[in-house]
Design a protein around this ligand. Structure first.
Ligand SMILES: Cc1cc2nc3c(=O)[nH]c(=O)nc-3n(C[C@H](O)[C@H](O)[C@H](O)COP(=O)(O)O)c2cc1C
Length: 207
């Protein structure tokens, strides 16, 4: 009986993993919805920063709505070497970086004085290989985040609880309080119709 349950659980895990991999492949054949040249400048005029990494645009869309609702300043986490538009090469590079804990260099930075103005950081990312994309590792390790509140928001294609990504944020955001219980999770294909949900989430958090 126990053996049967283990086999059934194994099949469920396998089917879920295959569904996510198929979802990732589907994403590869989709056109990119990202604005590669967003108009945004961090000045430290607000105490809220909305920092995000996004490859195909979902996280960028969520970040824009969060910024509209909070008045927070937008900052796009940009790797110096682009992941390109080809899904397979992006996926291979992302896997290699994660397996080897390679932190890619970033091309955009916030100076320490400006970063010191922010009390709250909304942090956006896609789930990549069941974890946090490596450019976000680089971002979190670059700054002194002590005393700040970090609020994660992410999109996914099946890993609705974020897999290991939110836990990873807590490990890397040294000295910050990470609101793990409040993290916003949206399926990538649902993002475009979720403006109200995103804005209501911000209101509920009240920051
Ligand atoms: C390299 C790569 C790895 C991914 N790994 C996962 C994963 O492990 N679990 C999952 O649910 N979705 C995975 N996805 C799907 C993305 O999380 C999802 O499409 C997300 O909405 C993309 O956000 P973006 O448009 O902001 O880049 C992956 C996508 C890519 C490109």
């Amino acid at each position: 009986m126990k053996k049967k349950r283990i086999i059934i659980a194994g099949i469920i895990v396998l089917v879920a993993a295959i569904a996510i991999l198929i979802g990732m492949r589907f994403l590869g054949s989709r056109s990119m919805g990202i604005d590669n040249d967003p108009e945004a400048e961090v000045k430290g005029d607000s105490n809220v920063l909305v920092a995000y990494f996004s490859w195909s645009g979902n996280g960028q869309q969520m970040a824009n709505w969060i910024s509209e609702e909070t008045g927070g300043e937008l900052f796009r986490i940009v790797p110096s070497e682009s992941y390109g538009e080809d899904f397979d090469s992006c996926a291979d590079r992302a896997k290699n970086e994660l397996d080897n804990e390679i932190r890619p260099e970033l091309s955009e930075h916030i100076d320490a004085e400006t970063m010191a103005q922010y009390d709250v950081i909304y942090l956006g990312f896609p789930v990549w290989w069941y974890d946090l994309p490596m450019p976000v590792w680089t971002f979190l390790e670059e700054y002194d985040l002590s005393g700040k509140t970090v609020i994660p928001f992410f999109s996914h294609n099946g890993s609705s609880n974020g897999a290991n990504s939110v836990k990873r944020v807590t490990e890397l955001a040294d000295g910050a309080t990470v609101l793990t219980e409040n993290a916003l999770s949206l399926r990538g294909s649902d993002v475009s119709g979720s403006e109200q949900e995103v804005k209501d989430w911000v209101k509920d958090i009240g920051r």
